[in-house]
Design a protein around this ligand. Structure first.
Ligand code: TRP
Length: 451
């Protein structure tokens, strides 16, 4: 049986960029930047993306395309020893767990789309927005319905397959997303006092930089680029033999960064324009932003409605291309490993995520069980983003840097000598030494051993 593949190089880039661009860029990046002082954080973030993120992405691409297998099997095949599959299995498990709670937040975007249309934001005070968000996110039913809807859309596209589902949807959704985000950023920058927001984003204040800022930026780079669990290595197994791994990684990195910065250009000028501080944390886009839209376009409710509608549509699209990639990692693994049809495999994944998703959603309100003093939602977030991803990234560096034959990496990066890869020695140096040390530091910091 022929292995599925993307139909074109641009399709491959858009699918991978679709995975990378998500809630991480539009929801997490602005509040992380806001909490860590703006421009200085962003500069460090950029360094992390391009110095560490790019090489690790290329390493994941190498594993996937060389093995031509989903991440759960790729390492064993390359090592010729199924014991190495534990690296990929860790990724499959991480994907499954991330999908559970990520879909909850993704589902919220649907509620906010509806609220924008029904003009549920009009005539509200800032306190009303806080109360509305709390009532909604703690409700036992509504978020669950949106979560199920979101998983259903994801399931539907994954079942359609690599070319007709994932690639095609990315080719439609990604351009729409670019247009939306550019339009919104321009609108936001023309608001009165927007320049204060721009200054916050562009003028670095290095006095705020400490170890926490540095390590926060590295963690954000990981999450935003979809690294550390074989998402992009599964996609790379669908790349054609003429796809250039280095160039593709660079394109994905540039697109992902561009979207994150533009999200900042939407949110900060708008927030400063109405005198709201940028460090509200995770609730920034669900509590602060509706308030900002409301006040900024207060005189013209119709404009406020259009602006918020477009924003939440943007967020939902970005989240959808990411949930698709998380779903695909697990579906492809079950499909290949147990030789069950794609439909059945996808059904199992969706079924599992319905359970973990519902539990995550309920754990924010009705279900008050605590695990190590974390709700189930926060537990999944902590275990995946803070433990499993850095560990997965570290293992990929070590596997490709030290275990895999150098010639194999060289062949993949140059497409068997057809292209140049002058960056190869630097790439190898980063994989072998720089990245493992840097990741170990994030890891140690996140476990609180440094503080
Ligand atoms: N990168 C996506 C975002 O920014 C989320 C995501 C998709 C992800 N696949 C992943 C994060 C794999 C870590 C690992 O929202």
């Amino acid at each position: 049986m022929d292995r599925a593949s993307f139909g074109s190089k641009i399709g491959a880039i858009l699918a991978a960029a679709g995975s990378a661009v998500g809630l991480g860029n539009i929801w997490r990046f602005p509040y992380e930047a806001g909490n860590h002082g703006g421009a200085a954080f962003i500069l460090i973030y950029l360094a992390c993306v391009f110095i560490m993120g790019m090489p690790i992405m290329i390493a994941e691409f190498t594993v996937g395309r060389r093995a031509k297998a989903s991440t759960g099997r790729a390492f064993g095949l390359l090592a010729n020893n199924s014991k190495w599959n534990f690296i990929g299995m860790l990724g499959v498990l991480a994907g499954l767990l991330i999908l559970g709670y990520y879909s909850v937040v993704a589902g919220w975007t649907l509620e906010y789309i509806i609220a924008s249309v029904t003009n549920g934001f009009a005539d509200k005070t800032p306190e009303d927005f806080v109360a509305a968000f709390q009532t909604f996110s703690q409700d036992p039913i509504r978020p669950v319905i949106w979560l199920l809807a979101f998983l259903f859309f994801t399931h539907f596209i994954v079942v359609k397959g690599v070319k007709d589902g994932i690639e095609k949807s990315a080719k439609i959704m990604m351009p729409v997303l670019f247009i939306l985000i550019v339009v919104l950023a321009i609108c936001s920058m023309t608001l009165p006092n927007a320049s204060k927001g721009l200054e916050f984003l562009l003028k670095p204040d290095f006095s705020k930089v400490n170890a926490d800022v540095f390590l926060g930026a590295m963690g954000q780079a990981f999450f935003s680029l979809s690294l550390g669990m074989g998402c992009l290595s599964t996609y790379a197994s669908y790349f054609g033999s003429d796809t250039r791994l280095g160039k593709t990684a660079l394109s994905v990195g540039v697109i992902d960064t561009f979207v994150a910065i533009l999200a900042g250009l939407i949110i900060f000028p708008a927030a400063f324009s109405v005198g709201i501080q940028p460090d509200a944390g995770p609730s920034l886009i669900f509590i602060t932003l509706p308030n900002v839209f409301q006040q900024a376009f207060g005189g013209i409710p119709f404009l406020a409605m259009i602006f918020s509608l477009l924003f939440y549509v943007l967020l939902a699209l970005a989240a959808l291309t990411s949930t698709i990639s998380l779903h695909e990692v697990v579906t492809a693994y079950l499909n290949e490993r147990f030789k069950i049809g794609r439909n059945r495999a996808a059904m199992l994944v969706t079924g599992f995520c319905i359970v973990t998703g519902i539990l995550s959603s309920l754990s924010l309100g009705a279900w008050d069980a605590k695990f190590f003093s974390l709700s189930f939602f926060d537990l999944l977030d902590f275990v995946t983003a803070k433990l499993m991803l850095p560990l997965g990234g570290l293992l990929v560096c070590l596997f490709v840097g030290w275990y895999l034959k150098r010639s194999v990496s060289y062949e993949e990066l140059t497409n068997y000598g057809l292209q140049k890869a002058t960056y190869f020695p630097i790439y190898m140096f980063i994989l072998r030494y720089f990245a493992p040390i840097a990741i170990t530091l994030i890891f140690v910091n996140e476990l609180g051993w440094l503080s």
